[in-house]
Design a protein around this ligand. Structure first.
Ligand code: ANZ
Ligand code: ZN
Length: 820
């Protein structure tokens, strides 16, 4: 062909790759096929089959595939797996709308995405393929659930849950964005329901501690988000007696040293405790206030700049150390579900307490002398360090010493103790949905919770007799009467299945363990495969998963480690979070009408140009604004490479032009380091530069048959294959090869050709210049000394005299002082 056609080359190379099995990992399992190449496991967050692939997919998989292809060329045995996260609400909603089985919609979309992935040229090992909605997969969700259940890591309790009135389901905290349902945007309500939980809170400290392994390898931003989400606070529990109540009320404070400055006590207005403590004469005022509070979200309530409101409940609490009697208030700035839902208020040293005290005319007592101006007058709480005052026996202690001393005293008196709290809650995994993994528990009136026997797994979803949207917030599985009514496995009496399904984050919390042997039947994952490939060397996906999926996967890995099932505590050694593909500065959305359709782009420019455009736009972690990029420019460049590969002739014998070779090897060397550091956009810039160097060499330099030109063109095409695999194969064959470029390896750098700039060093003997040396600007002093002493001219000047001293000022000067 005499012109570059980005579409015509697609099928040809897809077939060639498939025939050669080019992308299969070697020795997927343990050592069944010994292979000296170091394994590298590169995982992209798997796809949700909500339709055909979109621009976001093209971005993630362009990044991971460039890295996978590079690793293969560099001699790694690469596992680049593919699977689908195929349970979830969108399938159920789509099925409901079309009156279909959710599986039909799901598997149709998977088939469509699979074909699109193939045509995008992503080098997956397709033998790893699975879908989480396959019973062969979700069977192991159930198995893992029972394993956690046996180990007190799964339990059921009645809990206030986030309830979406439109989707008619419970939502995890992670699915509530600013008080609204993540999916439909409606206001989330609180409901009390009996729910299943995984005990993530038990792992809070280890989730923090093990971040040491991830430091410098995961983006800082993600680590910070996780740290905040876990929210460790050191402080003390303090028990306050309440007049007229038998049991004391416990509070958590990070500042037990300020206990003598507590001038009032606050209970969350929407907590049951507030209702209980309210005296009759305060009831009316309280009820009115509580109604108003229930209408606002947590975010609004915690905002520091909001006027503080609240009501006196008519009761008093007793300070456990000072014996002081302080009034009890209900207010909305204290949250019901954090800490204990009650606080001691120290207005002099806590800003929100100060705001409240000033609004209500309550006393402000300084108990730590911080040197700051009086909070009661300035309205600014004194949060700094200082020495205790007005605090009885603790006066004179520093803040930190007082935190310890008050905690110790509270403990001695039986009124509290030092403690650590975490913001991290247990993982609520129950969903009142159909299209998910059924929870393998049977409820028996006489035996209670009974596990579905392992030999009965998978417990499959019913295929008929259910309604997707039963009335009254019933869960869909509850409507499948034939499925629900079962004999109890333990006593044989009439019993009923649990009708919740699992959060789909359960499916995705361990899928990367199954890829090495997706057909394994003796457990959720093959221990030999896991041993060979995990932890994953590279994980690539979106930062929206910072506190959800990435936290759940880390939790589950630790739980499995404790159960002796894996030998590591962190699943992903390195993490890369790609930016978003946006359009004209805005996130793409249907409502803005700025959606860019991937298939249109592919039809116009071909897969290679789309991939190159994505990666050339900027560093992988930055957003790609499709309004600012030029796929046409990418096509032009690929055309130049294609033309060059046809122009380069069979080469003459000989070493080739040295100037060209130096440029080529400098660029290879650069590209290699940049590639390892995933600076993909800069690598592409280097390849473009190399294309120009070679074009010039052909047209006005040593010419098309110079060996240096051929060497350069081959290097260019090999490196290009990471980004534009179809064009690279085509160019490789135009260069006369019958093998695949995919098997050609990454070009080797001849380090002798890496021209280093030199600087002149003056060598003196007794202060007289005797020699000049060309040396590297960063030459170490030792090396320079030796070099100078080895100089024949220096030896001549010394005339046999020994050396008494050598003064070295690298890189410019050496002065040799002879012995007298
Ligand atoms: C007295 C005190 C004095 C406090 C002081 C702070 C400074 P973190 O670090 O976020 O855990 N607190 C406790 N439970 C609360 C709730 N349910 N709603 C709102 N605030 C609550 O913060 C713990 C601190 O936040 C606790 O320490 C408590 O106020 C408040 F100079 O107790 B502190
Ligand atoms: Zn029973």
């Amino acid at each position: 062909p005499d012109s570059y056609d980005p579409h015509a080359i697609v099928d040809k190379w897809l077939i060639a790759w498939a025939e050669r099995g080019s992308f299969a990992a070697n020795g997927l399992l343990s050592d069944e096929r010994p292979d000296g190449r170091p394994p590298r496991y590169i995982v992209s967050m798997f796809s949700y089959p909500s339709g055909d692939l979109h621009m976001g997919h093209a971005e993630v998989y362009s990044i991971s595939d460039a890295f996978a292809r590079f690793s293969r060329l560099r001699g790694h045995n690469v596992l680049n797996p593919i699977g689908w996260d195929s349970f979830g609400l969108p399938a159920e909603n789509a099925a409901f709308k079309r009156n279909l089985d959710p599986s039909v919609w799901t598997y149709d979309n998977i088939a469509m995405q699979a074909e699109s992935f193939r045509r995008l040229g992503v080098s997956f090992d397709w033998s790893t393929r699975f879908h989480t909605s396959d019973p062969e997969y979700y069977r192991w969700n159930q198995w893992l659930f029972l394993k956690l259940y046996d180990n007190d890591l799964a339990y059921r309790k009645a809990a206030p849950v986030n309830w979406c009135p439109v989707d008619q389901t419970v939502l995890a905290n992670e699915q509530v964005i600013q008080g609204k349902c993540e999916r439909c945007g409606s206001d989330v309500e609180q409901r009390n329901l009996t729910q299943w939980f995984f005990r993530t809170s038990r792992y809070a400290q280890r989730l923090l501690d093990d971040m040491a392994q991830l430091e410098g390898k995961w983006p800082n931003e993600i680590l910070t988000m996780q740290r905040n989400w876990i929210g460790r606070s050191e402080g003390a529990h303090i028990d306050f007696e309440i007049e007229g109540r038998a049991e004391p009320v416990r509070v958590f404070s990070t500042r037990p040293d300020t206990l003598f400055g507590a001038t009032f006590f606050v209970v969350a207005a929407d907590a049951d405790l507030a209702d209980e403590l309210c005296t009759d004469d305060r009831r009316e005022e309280f009820e009115t206030y509580r109604k108003q509070v229930r209408a606002s979200t947590d975010i609004e309530r915690m905002a520091t700049d909001r006027p503080k409101t609240g009501v006196f409940l008519g009761r008093y609490a007793i300070n456990p150390l000072s014996g002081e009697r302080i009034p009890v208030y209900a207010a909305d700035y204290v949250l019901a579900h954090y800490g204990t839902g009650a606080i001691m208020a120290v207005p002099a040293h806590d800003q929100r307490d100060l705001d409240f005290a000033r609004a209500q005319g309550l006393p402000v007592r300084i108990v730590v002398d911080t040197g700051e101006p009086a909070p009661a007058e300035t309205g600014v709480a004194a949060a700094g360090d200082g020495v205790l005052v007005n605090s009885g026996e603790f006066d004179g202690l520093s803040k930190d010493d007082a935190i310890t001393a008050t905690s110790v005293r509270l403990r001695e008196l039986g009124h509290g103790e030092a403690t650590v709290t975490y913001r991290l809650r247990d993982w609520l995994l129950s969903r009142q949905r159909f299209w998910g993994t059924p929870i393998p528990i049977i409820h028996c009136p006489s035996c209670g919770e009974v596990k579905v026997p392992l030999e009965d797994l998978p417990l499959r979803l019913p295929t008929s007799g259910y309604e997707l949207r039963p009335r009254g917030g019933k869960s869909p599985l509850e409507s499948a009467e034939d499925w629900v009514a079962v004999p109890c496995p333990s006593c044989g009496g009439a019993a009923r299945r649990d009708t919740d399904t699992m959060d789909t984050f359960v499916d995705s919390s361990w899928y990367f363990l199954r890829y090495p042997n997706p057909d394994y039947e003796d457990g959720p994952f093959d221990p030999a495969g896991v041993k060979r490939w995990l932890p994953a060397d590279e994980y690539i996906g979106g930062k929206e998963h910072a506190t959800g999926h990435l936290m759940y996967s880390r939790f589950l890995t630790k739980a499995l480690y404790d159960l002796g099932m894996v030998g590591f505590t962190e699943p992903f050694t390195k993490l890369t979070c790609q930016g978003q593909v946006i359009m004209a500065g805005k996130a793409m959305s249907k409502s803005l009408g700025n959606l860019v359709n991937l298939q249109d782009q592919l039809a116009q420019f071909g897969p290679d140009a789309v991939r190159v455009t994505m990666l050339f736009a900027g560093p992988p972690e930055d957003d790609v604004d499709w309004a600012d990029v030029s796929p046409t420019g990418s096509v032009k460049w690929l055309t130049r490479v294609w033309r060059l590969s046809g122009d380069v002739a069979a080469s003459r014998d000989g070493a080739g032009d040295q100037a060209v070779r130096k440029q080529v090897h400098r660029l290879i060397d650069d590209a290699t380091t940049l590639m390892e550091n995933k600076r993909l956009n800069v690598v592409i810039a280097r390849l473009m530069e190399l294309t120009s160097v070679l074009r010039k060499a052909v047209d006005s330099g040593p010419g098309a048959s110079d060996p240096a030109v051929r060497e350069g063109a081959e290097a260019l095409v090999r490196m290009l294959s990471c980004f534009a695999p179809f064009t690279a194969e085509e160019a490789w064959s135009r260069l006369g090869h019958t093998s695949l470029v995919d098997e050609a390896g990454w070009p080797e750098v001849d380090s002798a050709l890496l021209v280093q700039e030199t600087t002149t060093c003056v060598v003196q003997v007794s202060g007289k210049v005797r020699d000049r040396l060309e040396v590297a600007p960063d030459i170490p002093e030792d090396e320079l000394r030796e070099l100078a002493l080895a100089s024949g001219k220096v030896a001549a000047a010394l005339q046999g005299a020994g050396v008494s001293k050598v003064i070295v000022r690298a890189p410019g000067l050496v002065n040799v002082v002879p012995m007298k």
